[in-house]
Design a protein around this ligand. Structure first.
Ligand SMILES: [Zn+2]
Ligand SMILES: [Zn+2]
Length: 164
């Protein structure tokens, strides 16, 4: 089934990708690292199951960085134009964080929460009904039940696979 809203690409078009399932969760991060990494006030990332990201073409470039928690993460970007496509956080088992705005229909996935708002730029005003966290949040109490179940099932299948 073709789902246009789940296709994405870098700015030069060398890297195209699709998600075979909708993201688990989308968040905006206002931390200082994300500001440097984007050159902007915040980043929007969508957490997806690692087996639902299908890259068409080749992501030739990656760099290992330290994530906010101090645990390493690997950033994958287009080797030609430098568009940052996704991050693999070692702390997020079985998940990848896709840069939401690289999706063709990214407007369908607005941030469900804003995190590290302690570092939010003071001139940036969020609406009152937006869910904000000073720092990190606990997915167990924040994600929709459907996403938690999908992630749990994935991890169960994954551990069965590796036990065989
Ligand atoms: Zn590119
Ligand atoms: Zn951040």
């Amino acid at each position: 089934m073709k789902n246009k809203s789940l296709e994405g690409r870098c700015i030069c078009g060398q890297v195209k990708y699709k998600l075979t399932e909708k993201p688990l969760f989308t968040q905006a991060c206002h931390c200082k690292d994300c500001k440097i990494l984007t050159g902007s006030s915040y980043v929007i990332n969508s957490s997806v199951l690692e087996n639902t990201l299908v890259i068409d073409g080749e992501i030739s470039s990656s760099v290992e960085l330290k994530g906010g928690s101090g645990a390493p993460c690997i950033v994958y970007y287009c080797g030609k134009c430098g568009t940052y496509i996704y991050t693999d956080y070692s702390s997020a088992v079985g998940r990848l964080n896709v840069r939401t705005k690289t999706l063709d229909n990214a407007h369908e996935f607005p941030p469900q929460v804003h995190i590290f708002t302690k570092d939010k730029d003071s001139w940036l005003n969020l609406k009152d009904n937006v869910i904000c966290f000073e720092k990190m949040y606990d997915p167990k109490t924040t994600w929709p039940k459907e996403s938690l179940e999908r992630y749990k099932m994935f991890l169960e299948n994954k551990s069965q696979d590796t036990n065989q």
